[in-house]
Design a protein around this ligand. Structure first.
Ligand SMILES: [Zn+2]
Length: 95
């Protein structure tokens, strides 16, 4: 027998966690200035502002985009496009 209450709870939790936290991306190689842990920094956008946050110690910082905001954004965007674009395998017409 399926426990409907359980599946309902899971769905609600998923919805809430999605609402609560915007898209977060780990910054590869980033070191937390507080606890010095590597690869624990996530980057996310909230209200047109970029933030970084350490998942290990809870350190939070607002990222100020100044003269060269393109580099990081472009890299992240490119990666997501590659991940989401459908893969087409084209076989060469051989005779
Ligand atoms: Zn930290």
């Amino acid at each position: 027998m399926i426990d409907f209450r359980y599946s309902y709870t899971v769905e609600v939790n998923e919805l809430m966690s999605k609402k609560k936290s915007p898209k977060r991306r780990f910054i590869a190689g980033a070191i937390c200035p507080r606890c010095s842990e590597m690869d624990k920094i996530v980057n996310y956008k909230l209200d047109e502002q970029s933030y970084r946050e350490c998942v290990a110690c809870g350190f939070k910082d607002k990222i100020r985009l100044q003269s060269t905001p393109q580099e990081l954004n472009t890299r992240v965007t490119d990666r997501s496009i590659v991940a989401e674009s459908p893969i087409k395998i084209i076989f060469p017409s051989s005779k």
